[in-house]
Design a protein around this ligand. Structure first.
Ligand code: 3EB
Length: 305
């Protein structure tokens, strides 16, 4: 029996809670489009309050650097246009799955994640009419930026009717202020985004972006996964306090990206020790990360006053 490869291809997805946030009355529209001889594949779901848009650039892993950069901008522009057709026009959360994320780019010292960052930065500058990174800051949503085993670039966006509020981590340099060590143009994401809670007017939701063992802008505990996991959770704890949440006990819907498949169980055990209220409910995803010296990245959500 011949199994079509499309059935076996791994699809990087948004976490399950995104579907729940969309609710029941969802209108779905295709965004498939050819741009500059590339076939973009996309879909947008308009829910009661939120919109979820997904764009995929097939075989982005084999595109030359400049084409990957432009395809990244084009993917973000497609998302922007899809949001404009609905009521939820403010992005509050992105997930970026970048194929060959830490592969070398053609230019000396650069990698494909930096190429992606240049494309994202260009479209965000246009989207929010911001000439420089400081002016972009109030508009940027939290995000996850990781690799995956497939060859497509996949970008998911969750958008809300009102803008979210970006939150930065006191232990980390804002990503949009990273030095050139991490690329000519910075990654544009906030550490977390605060959004309104539908159920209770006095509460808010904290969307926690992909968080790693980074202090300031430097990777720490390189080669020590246990310490990386602890530092990552310390980072999330500090971020949650900054956002007005009590601490790690407020965290839920946790997803853990880990680079080495066989390290998954040990990392999960450490995560569950710090998050005993989530035992058996942590989602583990095997994926390469945006820096070769990092082995674990954790995202989630929390409730805040
Ligand atoms: C970091 O803190 C780790 O490029 O969208 C985390 C979250 C990371 C989002 C992104 C990257 C992104 O720099 C990597």
């Amino acid at each position: 029996m011949i199994v079509p490869s499309v059935l076996t291809r791994y699809t990087p997805t948004a976490p399950r809670w995104v579907q729940q946030w969309l609710g029941h009355s969802v209108a779905v529209k295709s965004l498939d489009q050819e741009i500059d001889a590339l076939d973009f594949v996309g879909q947008v779901s308009y829910g009661d309050r939120f919109t979820h848009a997904t764009v995929r650039v097939p075989h982005a892993d084999v595109l030359p650097d400049l084409e990957l950069e432009h395809a990244t901008s084009a993917a973000y522009l497609m998302i922007r246009r899809a949001l404009e057709d609905g009521d939820a026009q403010h992005p509050v959360r992105f997930w970026n799955f970048i194929p060959g994320i830490v592969d070398a780019a053609a230019a000396d010292g650069l990698d494909r994640y930096m190429v992606f960052n240049a494309g994202r930065f260009a479209e965000f500058s246009d989207w929010f009419s911001a000439a420089d990174r400081e002016r972009l800051a109030p508009h940027i949503a939290t995000a996850t930026g990781v690799g995956h085993m497939g060859s497509d670039l996949v970008v998911h966006c969750l958008a809300d009717r009102l803008p979210g509020r970006p939150i930065e981590n006191p232990r980390q340099r804002a990503a949009y202020r990273y030095s050139e060590t991490y690329g000519p143009l910075p990654p544009c994401f906030a550490r977390a985004t605060l959004v309104a809670d539908d159920a209770r007017a006095d509460r808010r939701r904290v969307l926690v972006g992909g968080t790693s063992s980074i202090l300031g802008e430097d990777s720490v505990h390189v080669g020590n996964l246990a310490e990386q996991t602890r530092e990552t959770l310390d980072n999330i704890e500090a971020l949650l306090k900054e956002a007005g949440a009590d601490g790690l006990e407020a965290l839920h819907d946790v997803r853990v990206y880990h680079v080495q498949d066989h390290h998954g169980p040990a990392i999960l055990e450490l995560v569950e020790q710090r998050l005993p209220h989530l035992v058996g409910r942590v989602e583990m995803v095997h994926a390469p990360l945006c820096r070769p010296d990092l082995g674990v990245e954790i995202e989630g959500m929390a409730d805040a006053e």
